[in-house]
Design a protein around this ligand. Structure first.
Ligand code: AHR
Length: 502
């Protein structure tokens, strides 16, 4: 059995964690909105047509912010078609996902849904086919209460200001798949001037500029540098996006692949700081990791469907049915985000409902939890407060594609009121349990309260509407003495150990 010690010293604080680290994302894509959050006529629909069964699960996840309305969708989004009375709602073709958008749910409806879900909206403006003037009109409509055209229009539509504080300057503008793709210079100038003008209108907002669509983009690094050189003074965050996949069916490689987040985050943070120095700025630009998840199960069939059956309304797209190993990968990613919470202030699990999502719905049935629901739930509920580094003395292993992969990954979080310490740990050895010794220093009076784990011998088992095969188990087989807890982490397991002060 592998042996690991996890030393947690109260003095090793990494950072206060921004609650928005546990954000998510809803795009007008597939059945995320229609048949997802919204389905008038469904037995669980409320007076606004929102599915209450979905709202309950979103509330359980305690999501602090939801990015909307895209994604690739936003790059040809005409927001004014999605507001006001039914007769002004234009039906549009969405080029990103080759679907028909009825605009039945728009800005006002989504803001109302967000209020019911207890979450804030992170809004995106279209910098693909539109630009600064349109972003200003949109911001005026959303946030201002002036006697000007768009603020008055919103009032006529019966809404108070939505007060949206976080704005994405477009989406993945480096991607050749993006409608209105730009060079780094073109985009950097546009993001700068748009964020500048938007802040002239409402100086309470924060702006996120697009970083690379993923770390393997050919312009990764040079894109960030150029965009930051242009836009640094007016933006607050630069985005990162990353999806994980196990197309080759190698679980060890899959688990190891998450380490790329360390390099990704460190590199982007270093570029931010280099530009900060070159500009002699006293402002720090941080990271909004506003798309992350596993995404690979449906890619090929979705490409086929979009080719063969284009322009449907709310087609079944990106409906990955997640496995046990996907949940472990997401647990590893959450550990990385907490470890890097000094620079990653916002992160959005992409996405939330039906589309590469922890929550799924049946059109004629209920809502249910995918395997990936659970690590996110645990991190969102127990991962708020300050991140404390774990010094992990662990073995390493090689996989087909990676060398010196740590067996155990762990981080801990001290709750905001200082009474609870939670250790998140993954044993990523697939064939071997690990004996773990957790040593607390500076946590007098803390005793173990509970230990939740996701464990399975079958890496490919998944959940469905009929059966929840992957659910957390509560474990009690540990010893605790003199500030040291001894426990065995099962091979390929996600572990959440909660200590509470007496
Ligand atoms: O989340 C699905 C898609 O992935 C988003 O629309 C896009 O931003 C990314 O490429």
């Amino acid at each position: 059995m592998a042996v690991t010690s996890i030393d947690i010293n109260r003095d090793n604080k990494i950072s206060d964690i921004d609650d928005r680290l546990y954000g998510s994302f809803i795009e007008h894509l597939g059945r995320a909105v229609y048949e997802g959050i919204y389905q008038p006529g469904h037995p669980s629909a409320d007076e606004d047509g929102f599915r209450k069964d979905v709202l309950e699960l979103v509330k359980e996840l305690n999501v602090p912010v939801v990015r909307y309305p895209g994604g690739n969708y936003v790059s040809n989004f005409f927001w004014e078609d999605s507001v006001g009375p039914e007769e002004t709602r234009r039906t549009r073709l969405d080029l990103a996902w080759r679907t028909t958008e009825p605009n039945e749910v728009g800005i006002s409806e989504f803001a109302r849904w967000a209020r019911k879900a207890g979450t804030a909206v992170m809004m995106a403006v279209n910098l693909g086919t539109r630009g600064t003037a349109d972003a200003l009109n949109f911001l005026e409509y959303c946030n201002l209460d002036t006697d000007s055209y768009y603020a008055s229009l919103r009032r006529r539509h019966g809404d108070k200001p939505f007060n949206i504080k976080l704005w994405c300057m477009g989406n993945e503008m480096d991607g050749p798949w993006q409608v209105g793709q730009k060079t780094a210079y073109e985009y950097g100038r546009l993001a700068r001037e748009t964020a500048k003008a938007m802040k002239m209108m409402d100086d309470t907002i924060e702006c996120v500029a697009c970083g690379s669509a993923h770390i393997n983009m050919p312009t990764f690094g040079t894109w960030e540098k150029e965009v930051l050189e242009q836009a640094y003074d007016y933006i607050d965050y630069i985005s990162c996006h990353q999806y994980f996949e196990n197309k080759s069916g190698n679980t060890d490689d899959f688990f190891a692949s998450v380490d790329i987040l360390d390099r990704f985050i460190d590199t982007v943070a270093a570029i931010c700081d280099e530009v900060k120095r070159s500009k002699n700025s006293d402002k720090t630009v941080n990271i909004s990791f506003d798309e992350w998840n596993c995404w690979y199960h449906t890619l090929d069939q979705d490409d086929e469907r979009m080719k063969k059956e284009p322009w449907g309304i709310a087609p079944h797209l990106l409906e990955d049915n997640y496995t046990f190993e996907d949940a472990i990968v997401n647990g590893l990613a959450l550990i990385k985000f907490i470890k890097h919470s000094d620079r990653v202030k916002i992160a959005c699990l992409a996405q939330l409902v039906n589309v590469i999502a922890p929550i799924m719905t049946d059109k004629d049935g209920g809502a249910w939890k995918q395997t990936i629901f659970y690590p996110f739930l645990h991190a969102s509920v127990y991962g708020r407060g300050s991140a404390i580094r774990c010094n992990v003395t662990t073995g390493t292993h090689d996989t087909a594609g990676y060398k010196d992969v740590t067996d155990i990954e762990a981080v801990s979080v001290l709750s905001k009121d200082g009474t609870q310490l939670t250790v998140f740990a993954v044993n990523r050895l697939t064939g071997e349990d690990a004996e773990a010794q957790v040593n607390l220093a500076g946590f007098d009076g803390f005793r173990p309260l509970s230990w939740l784990a996701l464990e399975s011998d079958d890496m490919l088992v998944s959940n469905s509407a009929e059966e929840q095969k992957v659910v957390p188990v509560s474990k009690s087989c540990y010893e605790f003495n003199g500030g040291t807890l001894k426990a065995t982490f099962k091979a390929a397991s996600w572990n959440v150990i909660i200590f509470r002060k007496d």
